[in-house]
Design a protein around this ligand. Structure first.
Ligand SMILES: [Zn+2]
Length: 495
């Protein structure tokens, strides 16, 4: 009864009441703050029109733990097991979901909350997260990576950050909307994807080609951003609006094979090593996209005076080049945001200790700015290496460049508004991620897709992503669920 009368009140109160729609989870947040996490995340009312949202975050934590216990290491992925679990959770809420089959053992899952009888995909909001995770070296973990363990204020496990935390938070926001019975002014679609970490036969690309009508939307929230904690405070919220493009290029050196007791200057190993050394010392030219320029402009105000000063002069013609050098030396992320980068990652040559091989190969993992092409970079590297024994070969797994999402869209505007309200005084910055996400494929379908990792995390925690002992602070998860719920509910209510 109490819940019902509350609901009526709230439905009559309109958009302004939505600001208080989802109660925060400050109690959990404050009592369980882990190392490096702000002791007092912004506090709000403990209850709201939706009832006990702290309880919702606890429920979401239990879904996250269950998902961590389902091993979706990719390859092979086996995402169908996670999809079945989520379908069960949705089923209990009376939400019908649908498996989108991709390959044996691999399915995505989609569910929809409808705003009206006639769907308008251009207004719909897609909540997307991937179910697969990268592999682990169990011997380097201090806990079972698939144990779903909670201890010391952390939720431990492969995927806790990337991306099952977001998956569980999306599920929470989606279910909260359903439970509220609120009137939606746009469809909200939940999508759990597969094969994000490998981009193969079960990837978003295949999903879009086969099933686009099932989840077509004008807007999306995905992984790829960050709520960045530094010196015990949330410093900024980075919303990913663009991403770099990953391309692998083989460097192949050829030379005469022969007896190692009679070496010649044409040895393929030596030519490859010389080429890699030149490439390793090469810096591609700096180019600022709109998003990166905005990022540095806004970040300048938050950095210490010295770095801030250089960030502000990045665009000036007289000091710009020097400033770019200072900034790129200061931080590998900043360096990668302003230019194409090349990381040699694999080497192979030789079959015997005493045989000079006829061929030596290296892999270059290249991350292109979305406006640049790999052909232009290879032309540059060919000139730099200047060796007829060397050739470059683009590998078939190249990512696709996508236009950035708009920094003027209704969703970006709302993210900025809710972000600065929920984390008082904290700016929201647009971000071009150096890593790739499913958002590029969505942007190529004209979806305004934004990366929002809603959990406040320190750099130290972020570095565990894809690494050993990946974990998510309990307090950060609860705060992230709260933040995401508010964003989703307020956007679903806007006309
Ligand atoms: Zn991910």
């Amino acid at each position: 009864m109490v819940a019902k009368s509350r609901m009526k009140l709230w439905l009559g109160a309109g958009l302004s009441a939505l600001l208080a729609l989802f109660a925060s989870i400050p109690l959990a947040a404050q009592s369980t703050a882990g190392p490096g996490i702000p002791a007092a995340l912004p506090a709000q009312a403990a209850t709201g029109p939706l009832g006990d949202v702290a309880a919702l975050a606890k429920e979401a934590q239990s879904w996250l733990i269950d998902l961590l216990r389902i091993d979706t290491t990719n390859p092979p992925g086996n995402e169908q097991a996670a999809a079945k679990y989520i379908a069960g959770v949705l089923d209990k809420e009376g939400i019908r979901s649908e498996f989108l089959d991709l390959a044996p053992g691999r399915s995505a899952l989609v569910a929809r909350l409808q705003s009206s009888a006639v769907a308008d995909p251009s207004r719909a909001l897609l909540l997307v997260a991937h179910m697969d995770v990268v592999g682990v070296d169990k011997s380097r973990w201090t806990v079972d990576p698939f144990g779903g363990i909670v201890k010391g204020g952390f939720i431990w496990g492969r995927g806790s950050m990337d991306d099952k935390g977001m998956l569980a938070a999306n599920l929470a926001a989606f279910i909260a909307l359903k439970r509220s019975g609120m009137h939606l002014n746009r469809d909200v679609i939940f999508l759990a994807t597969a094969d994000e970490e490998q981009g193969g036969d079960a990837s978003i690309k295949i999903l879009i080609n086969k099933y686009w009508q099932k989840f077509a939307a004008g807007f999306a929230l995905n992984e790829g951003g960050e709520v960045f904690v530094k010196n015990g405070k949330v410093q900024y919220i980075a919303v990913q609006a663009s991403e770099k493009v990953a391309v692998n290029v083989a460097v192949i050196a050829k030379g005469p094979s022969g007896h190692a007791s009679r070496p010649t200057k044409e040895n393929a190993v030596v030519h490859l090593a010389t080429a890699i050394s030149k490439i390793g010392n090469y810096s591609a030219p700096v180019h600022f996209t709109t998003i990166v320029r905005r990022y540095f402009e806004q970040l300048a105000a938050l950095e210490d005076d010295e770095i801030g000063k250089w960030m502000r002069s990045l665009d000036s013609s007289d000091r710009g080049e020097h400033a770019a050098r200072v900034i790129s030396d200061a931080n590998p992320l900043w360096n990668s945001m302003m230019r194409d980068t090349i990381a040699p990652t694999m080497l192979s040559a030789g079959v015997r200790n005493n045989v000079i091989p006829g061929e030596a190969r290296a892999n270059l993992n290249i991350r292109l700015l979305p406006s640049n092409t790999v052909d232009a970079l290879i032309a540059e590297l060919t000139k730099l290496v200047n060796d007829p024994q060397i050739r470059f070969e683009v590998q078939p797994d190249a990512g696709l460049a996508a236009p950035p999402s708009s920094l003027e869209s209704d969703l970006y505007t709302l993210l900025t508004k809710v972000g600065t309200r929920e984390f008082p005084g904290v700016p929201v910055l647009p971000f071009q991620s150096t890593g790739a996400t499913d958002s590029a494929q969505l942007r190529l379908r004209n979806v305004q897709s934004y990366g929002l990792e809603p959990f406040p995390l320190t750099d130290e925690e972020f570095r565990r992503m894809h690494g050993d002992d990946e974990r998510l602070p309990v307090a950060s998860f609860a705060k992230g669920v709260d933040f995401l719920c508010k964003v989703v509910a307020e956007f679903a209510a806007t006309r």
